[in-house]
Design a protein around this ligand. Sequence first.
Ligand code: DOR
Ligand code: ZN
Length: 355
Amino acid sequence: MKLLTIPGVIDVHTHLREPGAAQKEDMATGTRAAISGGVTTVLDMPNNPIPTSNPLALKEKFKLAENRIYNDLGFHFAATMEALPFFEEVKNQVFGYKLYMNHTTGNLKVTPEEAEKIFAHIPNGKTLIVHAEDETLDRAIELAGKYRTKVHVAHLTSKQELMSVVKAKKSGMNITCEVTPNNLFLTDEDIKRIGAYAVMKPVLKTQMDQDALWEGLREGLIDIVATDHAPHTIEEKENSENSPFGVPGVETSLPLLLTAVAEKRISLETLITVTNTNPRRIFSIPEQLDTYVEIDTSQKYVLSNDKIVSKCGWTPFAGMQIKGKIMSVYLHGRKIVDNGKVFEQPTGKIITPAI
Ligand code: DOR
Ligand code: ZN
């Protein structure tokens, strides 16, 4: 059997939920799920119940990760008014600052006035990650131009948003963007079938939008595929009055992308660029030696909830046919996944940006 070998996937957008919401996921279960899916580095978002908006909260995340993580893990910092005085102090410890300009899980949404102050205060060379949808994205791009802020646009969902980013890129701005597998493999038409398990922010868009995102990937206009891994428990999702936004994705991303390669929707080269080369360059992620994934491209299987490693135990992609099975994953020279199963102890490292 001839195996395909690719570099470990870097997922720059995950919510590992710890501290504060470990019923959904924790650092051990989230990184275990990730490595089972060929993801060897994850970056964690700051929208915990007590947000990562000061050095103490950040320190707590570093502490919680010690000896518990299965892949390499780094952190993003909140971009709120409480966090702003600490931007300089934490800059060598965090990969990005996350700004919420629209409503979603957590309590980090800022006012337009606050957003402007934040754009103006991102330390030189550091990246502001924006959750900005539709017209709000245009406002974010305007502010990035005004303050010359390096901006990364999280989860693009529409053709319109892609066009806004492409226009900004062409004007010479320092702007990059990501797309999630949610938006590449699901559309608004799937919401009827999947219900609460397809509810997320931004919401799923149309087939026309999805087609534009695939085209953007093929043309090299979209820099990164990141999952926005946002697990919630089945009980929480089933609560019809208060069903939270977000879906898990860290372990299904590479299988779905491998399927896209098998179906010739993107090239293998593009897959490696958007899952490894670009994320490493954009977020200054340290090099991982002897870290790679071995894939049997001939194997087919169907994604199902009972095989999910994440603590949440479900996937919006259940029922989808996958082409290409992850056989082994090596992290820093050690085999962590064997025959598709995680068997090693947690040997991941806590990472900080490579200078
Ligand atoms: O659907 C989402 N869920 N979108 C976000 O921006 C946040 C995430 C979460 O933390 O649950
Ligand atoms: Zn997110």
